[in-house]
Design a protein. Structure first.
Lengths: 596, 364
């Protein structure tokens, strides 16, 4: 028996594959049977509707080219992936998989009898179409670069109607497996005619316009728990149960329980809150300011879930541009002692208490503590550069930055290209966010007490993004920004690896010029973590975090705790859902009031 | 008149062309473009692919020329970057946006004028008639009958009621003019939810034009009633400020006319007061109001934007606002042309109406 690789996914603990095969009456020969611990409120009854406001109209129903949450809120319900996390075992459309001994090949077996929401069979052909003809297609605007391993796409072939083989030139099975958990499988019978490669009569790039919001709902086909009924722009999207869905509960009842999900379009935050209080919606994602209002209404059937650990996705930080044009600042920013001093001068807890109602956790490295990989940052020995103004002062004193004129602001000493200039830098912040500007201003005031002057400059988000990420070299001195993302360490390489597209603190590392030693170690460790698993991978990722925390290329601030509120009197099994995955477990939701 | 109308229609063409140039220039002055917000999410290769696909990698004059030539040669106003749909479909047809916009604007217009004109006329006639309470009239009521003849008519209870009525109308006008539409809208929603608890007590929703269960349902009496329930806050929010202005304009104009010598002549001829006011005074007082029509219609569109944002209305203005926020440039420019056309047509309409109501005005 070939060695089976233990799958480490971002959303679950380390799991072993278990093959499950149950014949269920009226359903697939081999549906996925969810484990009992996913049903804290018990097994539901079929029926009912859930209403959740969507922040905007979906822009597209094509999951390949969607880039916004309003589209994902809809499309996530319509499609399925070969593997998945968050539902116990990783099998999804693929009932099992195995990795070859040399880690170069992954073989997946589709469940027998799979169908799309229009009743057409889902076979290996659709998987090949999705990957070879769509995702890897140069004409299609997809996130194809995620699949590249040593600048090459995997080779995807089919042995038969249910068996898919994914091969790579370099052993990196985890990267491929992670991508397989993220990649929706599309219906070839619906979309092939819009791919120029398969249908030369259409212009190249036609696929990018396919499944736009003007498409009739019956044409939007997937293997997810729901299928589309209607979409009225500026009003709502209505989804109904997919009668061909491939999951059942432990009692054999086909999922999802709900008949419908309705997603009204409501852009205004205040109105979404009012509608939730008015009992028009069943789930609501509050901001910290909403908490007092919601807590008062617990007697009205509203339950508020406040996470105990930071669980919002992404990194929030201050960054110094180590390629800055100013020679004094460039020398200063590249000195680890300066960055450590800046981190020691950041009063994270007070920022959290004042500006985030206490609903966040201080961060000293990437990711968030609720994730399996990043919990090491809470360990006692982790090199946190926490608030310590005396330490910050002493580090700056080591850097030849005396306050020669006694005005309270340090000047560059003789060891710098232009001595005598005041130590000051511009900090750009997105102008639309009161909280971000306030946090930056708070930090700037503390920095001034240790002799560093900050020129706070709120600018438009588009301008900021252009200066920080598009320009080469980046056109900024310091920035306050947040970058969203998933929790798997491999995705963090975009920021922290030298050649990562978002390595915005020192883009010159990609040219192999003057790369610091710790950065080289981080690059090697990122390469290693992509080809290891289990305890070894955990250790490698922990080392990356320690190196980053010690060398502080970024000054991480805080990540919010998860906040969700829902109608406890109506919804069952909601508490089983991850705080940052509001509807990712829509298949196990049920209407309690119908069950009574 | 026909030649006049045709001439004005022809003048619109260069005006709209200039407007298109201006809107394009303003779009280019904004930092970044539609794709800028994705720079932290997408790879540089994907960004380059998107930029080429949307034509954003071309010189600005090339982008403008392609767009304007598309309009002139084949009526193609370009593509929405967001939805990948033709601009006209995205802006006007999705969700029946144009239909709802015209319907809501028309309802608010009718409501505003039907309410404001009578109120303004009433306030003017009351102010002119001396049949309201005043300090002198109140004092006169307490004088001896013989002394009353030398002063103003003694106050009566009916005068008091009229005075309260006029005061309330004034107050309404002041509130309507003072409160921002946005605040009025949120206040209404707060009242409905927190005070009247319409959801818990009556099962009624807020925002949008229908409750969730009616939105995709076919028309029925229940759906129509639900529509009326959702309509009144919109009409109130958009109409309040307009009503206030119209009341004051109407009152001022009618008062001016009531002081004219020919009104005195009409009364001296023995005409009934009703005929004096409505046949002579109001008809002449309306002329300046008709000329305001041209500005009123764009104001209604603007007011609808605020209501649309709070109440989530499926209207053109909201789609236009989103296009502005996301720098969906062809939607913005086409939308601006549309609103410019509305303004020009509104002005033409008011000039034509003015000629119809005022025989002294003739266009050559």
């Amino acid at each position: 028996m070939k060695r089976i690789l233990t799958l480490c996914l971002s959303l679950t603990l380390t799991l072993a594959w278990t093959g499950v095969s149950l014949a269920q009456e009226g359903t697939l020969p081999n549906p996925k049977v969810l484990s009992e611990d996913l049903f804290p409120d018990g097994f539901g009854v079929r029926g009912g509707t859930v209403v959740i406001d969507n922040v905007d109209n979906p822009r597209t129903f094509n999951p390949i080219i969607q880039f916004e949450s309003s589209s994902d809120a809809v499309n996530a319900q319509l499609h399925a992936t070969l593997l998945e996390g968050g539902f116990g075992t990783p099998d999804a459309l693929a009932e099992n998989f195995e990795v070859s001994d040399d880690n170069l090949t992954i073989r997946l077996i589709l469940r027998e009898g799979l169908k799309f929401s229009d009743g057409q069979p889902l076979t290996a052909d659709d998987v090949l179409f999705t990957l070879n003809d769509v995702v890897f297609n140069p004409d299609v605007i997809s996130r194809k670069t995620l699949w590249l391993i040593n600048d090459q796409f995997p080779t995807v072939t089919a042995e038969d109607a249910r068996t898919i083989v994914v091969s790579t030139q370099v052993a990196a099975p985890l990267v491929t497996l992670i991508n397989l958990t993220l990649q929706e499988i599309l219906p070839k019978h619906k979309l092939a005619q819009s791919v120029h490669k398969l249908n030369p009569s259409v212009p190249a790039g036609t696929f990018n316009e396919t499944w736009n919001i003007g498409t009739p709902p019956s044409e939007i086909v997937g293997a997810g728990p729901f299928r589309m009924v209607s979409f009225v722009a500026d009003q709502q999207v209505v989804l109904e149960r997919n009668p061909f869905f491939w999951k059942v509960d432990p009692e054999g009842t086909q999922l999802p329980y709900l008949d419908q999900i309705i997603l009204p379009v409501v852009s205004d935050d205040n109105v979404r809150l009012l509608r939730f209080i008015n009992q028009e919606t069943d789930i609501y994602g509050p901001v910290p300011e909403d908490l007092p209002v919601l807590q008062q209404r617990s007697s009205e059937g509203i339950r508020l879930i406040v996470g105990t650990q930071a669980s919002t996705l992404g990194d929030n930080f201050f960054a110094f541009n180590q390629d800055v044009a100013d020679a004094n600042l460039r020398q200063l920013f590249r000195d680890v002692r300066f960055r450590q001093a800046m981190s020691h001068a950041l009063d994270r807890q007070t920022i959290i208490d004042i500006f985030r109602n206490g609903l966040a956790e201080p961060r000293f490295g990437p990711g968030m503590s609720a994730e399996f990989w990043f919990g090491v940052q809470d360990d006692a020995g982790f090199p946190r550069k926490d608030l310590n103004l005396d330490k910050a002062q002493s580090l700056l004193d080591e850097l030849d930055l005396p306050d020669a004129d006694g005005d309270g602001i340090r000047e560059f000493g003789a060891s710098y290209p232009t001595p005598g200039q005041p130590v000051e830098f511009e900090l750009i912040v997105p102008e639309g966010s009161r909280v971000l500007i306030s946090e930056a201003d708070f930090w700037a005031q503390d920095l001034e007490t240790i002799g560093v002057r900050v020129q706070l400059n709120p600018i438009s988000f588009n301008t900021l993004v252009g200066r920080v990420s598009t320009s080469r070299p980046a056109d900024y001195e310091a920035v306050r920004i947040g970058i969203g993302g998933g929790g798997d360490p491999n995705l963090a390489a975009d920021i922290y690896a030298s050649k990562g597209p978002l390595h915005l603190y020192k883009f010159s590392d990609a040219d192999d010029a003057d790369v610091p030693e710790y950065q080289k170690q981080i690059d090697e460790l990122f390469a290693r973590q992509a080809v290891t698993d289990g305890d070894e991978r955990f250790e490698v990722v922990a080392q990356i975090q320690s190196l980053l925390a010690e060398n502080v290329p970024l000054i991480w601030i805080a990540n919010g705790v998860g906040l969700l509120s829902f109608r406890e009197d109506r919804l069952g099994n909601f508490a089983g859902i991850r705080l940052d995955a509001t509807l990712n477990a829509s298949e196990i939701l049920f209407r309690k009031d119908l069950a009574q | 008149m026909l030649l006049f109308v045709l001439r004005r229609l022809l003048y619109m063409i260069p005006m709209l062309f200039l407007l298109s140039l201006l809107s394009f220039a303003v779009m280019q002055l904004q930092p970044g473009d539609f794709l800028s917000k994705f720079a932290l999410q997408l790879s540089q290769e994907t960004m380059a692919q998107l930029r080429e696909r949307y034509g954003l990698d071309e010189a600005v004059w090339v982008q403008y020329w392609k767009w304007i030539w598309g309009i002139v040669s084949r009526g193609d106003f370009g593509m929405s970057f967001e939805t990948q749909q033709p601009v006209l479909a995205h802006l006007f047809l999705n969700g029946d946006r144009l239909g709802w916009t015209l319907l809501l604007t028309g309802i608010v217009f009718l409501f505003s004028w039907m309410l404001a004109l009578p109120l303004g006329i009433y306030m003017a006639t009351m102010a002119h008639s001396g049949r309201l309470w005043s300090w002198k009239s109140i004092v006169s009521a307490f004088k001896a009958p013989a002394a009353r003849a030398q002063g103003p008519r003694p106050a009566r209870w009916a005068d008091g009621l009229r005075a309260i009525g006029v005061w309330l109308i004034n107050a309404l006008a002041m509130v309507g003019l003072s409160l921002p539409n946005f605040l009025t809208a949120l206040l209404i929603l707060w009242l409905l939810v927190a005070v009247f608890q319409v959801g818990q007590n009556f099962g009624l929703g807020i925002s949008g034009l229908f409750d969730v269960e009616y939105r995709s349902a076919p028309w029925s009496f229940g759906k129509f009633l639900n529509f009326l329930w959702h309509l009144w806050p919109v009409v109130l929010v958009v109409g309040l400020g307009n009503i206030a202005q119209l009341i004051r304009y109407t009152r001022a104009n009618v008062l001016d006319v009531l002081g004219e010598p020919y009104i005195q002549t009409a009364r001296a001829k023995g005409l009934q007061e009703r005929a004096v006011i409505y046949k002579h005074a109001v008809r002449n007082a309306l002329n300046p109001l008709v000329s305001l029509l041209g500005f009123w219609i764009p104001l209604l569109f603007e007011g609808l934007l605020v209501a649309a944002f709070v109440f989530q209305l499926p209207v053109v203005e909201f789609a236009y606002w989103r296009a502005l926020a996301t720098e969906d440039q062809y939607v913005v420019m086409s939308g601006l042309l549309f609103f410019g056309l509305v303004l020009l047509l509104g002005n033409l309409l008011s000039d034509v109406c003015l000629a119809l109501v005022n025989p002294r005005i003739r266009y050559e």
